[in-house]
Design a protein around this ligand. Sequence first.
Ligand SMILES: O=C([O-])CC(=O)C(=O)O
Ligand SMILES: [Mg+2]
Length: 539
Amino acid sequence: MTRVRRAMEAFRAIADPLERYVYLRELQRASAETFYRALVREPLELMPFVYTPTVGEACEKYHRLGIETNGVYITADDAGRVGAKLRGHWDRAAAARARAREGLDGEAAKRRGVDRRARADDGVAVAVVTDGERILGLGDLGAGGMGISEGKILLYTVCAGVRPSACLPVCLDVGTNNQRLLDDPNYKGLRRTRLKGEAYDALVDEFMREMRAWQPRCLVQFEDFGNANAFRILEKYRTTGPCFNDDIQGTAAITLAALLSSLRATKGKLEDQKVLFYGAGEAGVGIGELIAMAMEKTGMSHKEAMERCYFMDSKGLVCKSRLDGLQPHKVAFAHDVEYQPDLLSAISAVKPTALIGVSTIGGAFTEDVVKEMCALNERPIIFPLSNPTSKSECTFEQAMAWSDGKVVFASGSPFDPVVRPRDGVKVFPAQANNAYVFPALGFAAALTGASQITDDLFLAAAESLASITTDAEIDAGHLFPDMNSIRQVSVTLTAEICEMIVKSGLGRAPSGVSTHADWLAYIESHQYDPGEEQPISKL
Ligand SMILES: O=C([O-])CC(=O)C(=O)O
Ligand SMILES: [Mg+2]
């Protein structure tokens, strides 16, 4: 019996997903190595309980769960001293780790200079920051959003191999407009409505300036900001240092990879696709832009490529006649088509080959919608991407039943396999899980000291991921490589992204590393490895 085995048995004996989440968090605090070993060994089984979808419920109930955060809150009241707060948090965490490693108490550690040395040693490679305004499809969860930063940052370690001690989860607590939280006596965030306008921008700006001054090469991942802020913040900071928005760019890469793999199943060509998005927020627009970039590589003009992507928002089909008053991020997709008020009429008018759900409206892809897609396509591509599971536009079972197994499917949250009605064959849903892309990208940025993260890197990551997936995996319905091989997949992706960063002059190769094989070896030797453990009886 090893500690990991014992932990897995205890985990499996718990039925409730949220209790499983709490159990894993306690394991992480009590024995970080066992926790990471378990996750590295069983990512497919454990990830849904530390990350999407369970992390959504954890964020909703965050302050009732009695969790001790390992991240740092920057609140609206910290204006003017954000830098000191970041450094103070980091120094305390580094000192605590060093003391634990050396088995010393506070006084002894101070005498021997352990705290001082620890502070000098550890740099931040990646920070994930949210302001909690749009957690998955669950809306404003205020300071409970810390759970999403903690959940995402874990994946840098589990999937790619970034040292946990180089990872910083951050939540900007700028208040919340969620009345349920404001009324909840357990809520520990700022009890005020959201900071807006100049004061909000000034706090974000102070955070970004202080991060850059303190850790110039730290990759900053923006996560689950509200739509308006997400696009603005990304535009403002994307050229000032390494940063990206996972909901816009990470989701785009994984979805493009799913589309490219789907085309191997449908035998279609990218340049022949027409994509209808149900939902026109961060995810949809990010995916649309990346698909257009990939289409341009086939020889289309930018305009032609953009005209292959159509969007429905809460008011109906986004089109030219609605240009007045359209939010800026939708304008480039307002094409010269007749307005349609609902999804079914939009499908009939646009005749898409692929339908992508990014609406956070659970059940929006009805039987009629799926059947209409089947009437237009022999094998329609349908991706209900909204998270968590309750927000998915349809389930895998529904998509299979309503299409007689013809849909090529990928969802945001995981679903169980089903037996295909037509021939009794067990088929698997693909999960378009951002974890395939951003951890590798972040590790590559850290290893090369990348100065910026460009859309070209996400495009390359998507193409590379799709090319790794085997024909057998695609035939069975998996549009991605096995999640249990995520570490090997990440090594390949990290190597390709490193090479691309270096080639484009955005970062540097370490000395002695030049070929692809050099990169693979270098990456493997720099992956954090929680190691094999001895059986408990031998310890
Ligand atoms: O967390 C995920 O799996 C995808 C994501 O970023 C979101 O839904 O906001
Ligand atoms: Mg997100």
